[in-house]
Design a protein around this ligand. Structure first.
Ligand code: WTA
Length: 683
C-alpha cells in the first residue's frame, strides 16, 4: 500500500553502511562523477592500472565518433594494449591476490539439498582444462562458440574458457526454443555448440539436448557451419563424479531420472570425457583491448534478434567498476544475482563483474516458487547473502503471496538490494524495502541495457538518497541527456528521449556483422547521441525516472503518456497483482488506453472494480489518462526473462491475429484466452 507522502519522501542510506563504503556521501559521488566525465582518460586510466596488461596502452586512451553525419560510428578504448579477461578474473586473483581458496560460486540446484561450491583455484583449473578442450577441437581466436546451458557451473567455465583462448561466446538462454537457438547459431556462424542432457526448472523437465538437436537439424537445412556439439551430463552427474563439482548429497530427483539424451556419434561428445584427458595448464591468448569478447542477442523492434557485440578491455573495466561501486562490494560479501546468465545481467553481474573483484557469489539453478514461495529467502539465509540483485517481476510475483513466506526467514545478513530490467512501480519498491529489507537495506534500481554492458543510471548504496521508482543519477562516465522530438536538449524538469552524449567503456561496439543496422538503430535519430529507445523524466531535484520504452509511450489528445505510469497507478489498487497497458487507436483522441490486469487472490473482476480502477487512474494521473478499456487477464504473455510483451497485447486489443514470432514467450497458451475475452472496442 502506497500512502500519501511515501513517494515524495527521500529514503536515505543507513549510517551502518557508511564507514566502510567506497562512496560514503553524495558530495563524494559528485566529485568522482565530475572527474569521470571531465577527465575520462585519467579516471578510467587509473582503474585500468588495477588490471593486468601484457602490453600497456600507448597513444590515445579513447577514440570515437558518435555522429553519423561525420562518418562511421566507432568507439575504441585503449586500442593497442593487450590483455586477457579470463587471466584478470582468475589467474590474477589466484596468484597475485592469493584468493585461490576463496569460494567463487556457491551453486544451489533446483532441488533443495542439491548444492556444491567451487573455489577460485578450482575454477581456474577447470577453465584451463576446458580451454584446452576447445583448442583441441580446433577452436581459435575469433571463432564463435554457442552455449546453450542451464544455470550450472559449466556455463561459467565454458564462457571463461572461450575468453581465455580469444573465441567469442554467444550464450543462448536455455529457455529459448529450437527456432530461436537455430536463428542465433546461424547469425553468428559458430563452429561448436555446448549444451547439456536435460535439467529441471521447478518441477518441469526440460530435455535440452532434444531441443538442441532439433535446432541443429534446422540449421543444417540452411547450410550452417556447426560441426561439433559438447554435452554436459547434468542429470546424471553423481555417477560420473566430476572432481570438485559433485555434490555429496543423498539421491535426488535430478539423479533418479533416467533421461536418455539423443546421441549423434558424428558430432556429439561428452564434456566429462573430454575434460578427463585435458591438461590443467593453458596459456591465455593475449588479445587487443578492442578484440571481440562476446555476442549476446537481444530482441529488436523488428522482431529479429540483434547480436550485440562487446569487446575485451572496456567491458572488463566497466563491468568490474560498476559491480564494485553499485553493490558497494566488500571482500566478505556473499552476493546473489538471480538473473539467468542467458541475459546481459548474468554476463556482467554474475560472471565478469563479481569475478573481476574476487567476489563470492551464489549461482542458482531453480525458480523462486519451487518447492515453495519461500525459496529465495531460504537461500539468502543458507548462504548469508549480503547483496541481493533481482527483477521487479520477481518481486511482484512474490508480493502476491504476502509477507508471511518472507518473514519465516531471518534475512538479517542482507545489506544492499538491487533491481533491474524494467521500471519498478513504487508499490513493489516499498514492499521490497520494507518487507524484504526491513528498511535497513538501500535499493539500487539500476537502469541499463544489453547494449550498455553495465549500469547507466543507478543509486550508490551509501551515497544516494533514494526515491521509490527512480533510477536516480548517472553512473561514472555516463552523460545522460533528455531530448525533445526535434532533438533539442531539455534542461531542468523535463520529459523526452533518453540519450547518452559520450562513450563509456562498456558500450557495445557494433551489432555482429551488421554495422549499418547498429548506426541506424542507435545513432541515426539524433546525430551525436547514443539513443536508448527509452523515455525518461527528470524531476526538479535532477532525479531520472525511466518512463518505459518509447514505443510504449502514447499520445492521448496531444498529451504524451507513458504506459508505465498508468500501470503503476493500477498496481496501487489492492486488487491488482499485475497490469500491462497498451495504446489503442481511438477515433477522437488519436490513441487511448487499453489495460490488462491480473488480480490478487480473493478478488473478483466486476463492473464495480473496473469503475474503481478507472477512477484510481484518473485521480492518480489526471482525466486524460482514464482507461477506455480494462480487460481481465488470468496471466500476461511474457518473455522467458519475465518482460511483458506489450507488442502482443497491442495486437490482442486490436483483435489482430497476425502475431509474428511468439516462440520466445514463456506461456504462448495464454494468448488464445486473452483473444476470447477481449473488450468490445467497437462501441
Ligand atoms: C528496461 C537489461 C527501468 C529499459 C539490463 C531498457 C529498465 C531495457 C531498468 C533493457 C530500470 C532495464 N528501470 N527500465 N532499472 N533496467 N530497463 O537489454 O527499457 O534486457 O531499455 O537489459 O530494459 O533491457 P535489456
Amino acid at each position: 500500500m502506497v500512502l500519501p507522502g511515501d513517494q515524495a519522501r527521500l529514503y536515505r542510506p543507513r549510517p551502518e553502511l557508511l564507514p566502510a563504503a567506497h562512496v560514503p556521501s553524495l558530495p563524494h559521488y559528485q566529485r568522482l562523477y565530475q572527474r569521470s566525465v571531465e577527465e575520462p582518460h585519467e579516471f578510467w586510466g587509473d582503474i585500468a592500472k588495477e588490471f593486468y596488461w601484457k602490453r600497456q596502452h600507448t597513444g590515445p586512451f579513447l577514440k570515437y565518433n558518435f555522429d553519423v553525419t561525420k562518418g562511421k560510428i566507432f568507439i575504441e578504448w585503449m586500442k593497442g594494449a593487450t590483455t586477457n579477461i579470463c587471466y584478470n578474473l582468475l589467474d590474477r586473483n589466484v596468484n597475485d591476490k592469493k584468493l585461490g581458496d576463496k569460494v567463487a560460486f556457491y551453486w544451489e540446484g533446483n532441488e533443495p539439498g542439491d548444492y556444491t561450491k567451487i573455489t577460485y583455484s578450482e575454477l581456474l583449473q577447470k577453465v584451463c582444462q576446458f580451454a584446452n578442450v576447445l583448442r583441441s577441437q580446433g577452436v581459435k581466436k575469433g571463432d564463435r562458440v554457442s552455449i546453450y546451458l542451464p544455470m550450472i557451473l559449466e556455463l561459467v567455465i565454458a564462457m571463461l574458457a572461450c575468453a581465455r583462448i580469444g573465441a567469442l561466446h554467444s550464450v543462448v538462454f536455455a529457455g529459448f526454443s529450437a527456432d530461436s537457438l537455430c536463428e542465433r547459431i546461424l547469425d553468428c556462424g559458430c563452429s561448436l555448440l555446448i549444451t547439456a542432457d536435460a535439467f529441471y526448472r521447478g518441477d518441469k523437465l526440460v530435455n535440452l539436448k532434444q531441443i538442441a538437436d532439433e535446432a541443429i537439424r534446422k540449421c543444417k537445412d540452411k547450410g550452417c557451419s556447426l560441426k561439433k556439439c559438447i554435452v554436459v551430463k547434468h542429470l546424471g552427474r553423481e555417477e560420473i563424479a566430476v572432481d570438485g563439482t559433485s555434490s555429496k548429497s543423498p539421491p535426488l530427483k535430478r539423479l533418479c531420472q533416467d533421461v536418455q539424451a539423443p546421441w549423434n556419434p558424428a558430432m556429439d561428445m561428452w564434456w566429462h570425457e573430454l575434460m578427463g584427458g585435458a591438461s590443467k595448464e593453458c596459456e591465455p591468448e593475449w588479445c587487443d583491448a578492442e578484440d571481440e569478447l562476446f555476442i549476446l542477442y537481444t530482441s529488436g523492434s523488428t522482431g529479429k534478434p540483434k547480436g550485440v557485440l562487446h569487446t575485451v578491455g572496456g567491458y572488463m573495466i566497466f563491468a568490474a567498476t560498476s559491480f564494485k561501486y553499485v553493490f558497494d562490494y566488500q571482500p566478505e560479501d556473499v552476493y546473489w544475482c538471480t538473473a539467468d546468465i542467458g541475459w546481459i545481467t548474468g554476463h556482467s553481474y554474475l560472471t565478469y563483474g563479481p569475478l573481476a573483484n574476487g567476489a563470492t557469489s551464489v549461482l542458482f539453478e531453480g525458480v523462486p516458487t519451487y518447492p515453495d514461495v519461500g525459496r529465495m529467502w531460504s537461500i539468502i539465509d543458507k548462504y548469508k547473502v549480503t547483496k541481493f540483485y533481482t527483477a521487479p517481476t520477481a518481486i511482484r510475483l512474490l508480493m502476491k503471496y504476502g509477507e508471511e513466506p518472507v518473514k519465516k526467514y531471518s534475512r538479517k545478513s542482507l545489506k544492499v538490494l538491487g533491481t533491474v530490467g524494467e521500471p519498478i512501480n513504487p508499490e513493489a519498491w516499498l514492499w521490497y524495502y520494507r518487507v524484504v529489507g526491513e528498511e535497513r537495506c538501500p535499493i539500487v534500481d539500476t537502469f541499463w541495457q544489453t547494449e550498455t554492458g553495465g549500469h547507466m543510471l543507478t543509486p550508490l548504496p551509501a551515497a544516494t538518497p533514494m526515491k521509490p521508482g527512480s533510477a536516480t543519477f548517472p553512473f561514472f562516465g555516463v552523460v545522460p541527456a533528455i531530448l525533445s522530438e526535434s532533438g533539442e536538449e531539455l534542461e531542468g524538469e523535463a520529459e523526452g528521449y533518453l540519450v547518452f552524449k559520450q562513450p563509456w567503456p562498456g558500450i557495445m561496439r557494433t551489432l555482429y556483422g551488421k554495422h549499418q543496422q547498429f548506426e541506424t538503430v542507435y545513432f541515426k535519430k539524433f546525430p551525436g547521441y547514443y539513443v536508448t529507445g527509452d523515455g525518461c523524466r527528470r524531476d526538479k531535484d535532477g532525479y531520472y525516472w525511466i518512463t518505459g520504452r518509447i514505443d510504449d509511450m502514447l499520445n492521448v489528445s496531444g498529451h504524451l503518456l507513458s504506459t508505465a505510469e498508468v500501470e503503476s497507478a493500477l498496481l496501487e489498487h489492492e486488487a491488482v497483482a499485475e497490469a500491462a497497458v497498451v495504446s489503442h487507436p481511438h477515433p477522437l483522441k488519436g490513441e487511448c488506453l487499453y489495460c490488462f490486469v491480473t488480480l490478487r487472490e480473493g478478488h473478483e473482476f466486476t463492473k464495480n472494480l473496473t469503475d474503481e480502477l478507472k477512477k484510481q487512474v484518473r485521480e492518480k494521473i489526471g482525466p486524460i489518462a482514464t482507461p477506455d478499456y480494462i480487460q481481465y487477464a488470468p496471466s500476461l504473455p511474457k518473455t522467458r526473462s519475465g518482460k511483458i510483451t506489450r507488442r502482443i497485447l497491442r495486437k490482442i486489443a486490436k483483435n489482430d491475429q497476425d502475431l509474428g514470432d511468439i516462440s520466445t514467450l514463456a506461456d504462448p497458451g495464454i494468448i488464445k484466452q486473452l483473444f476470447n475475452s477481449r473488450c468490445d472496442t467497437k462501441q
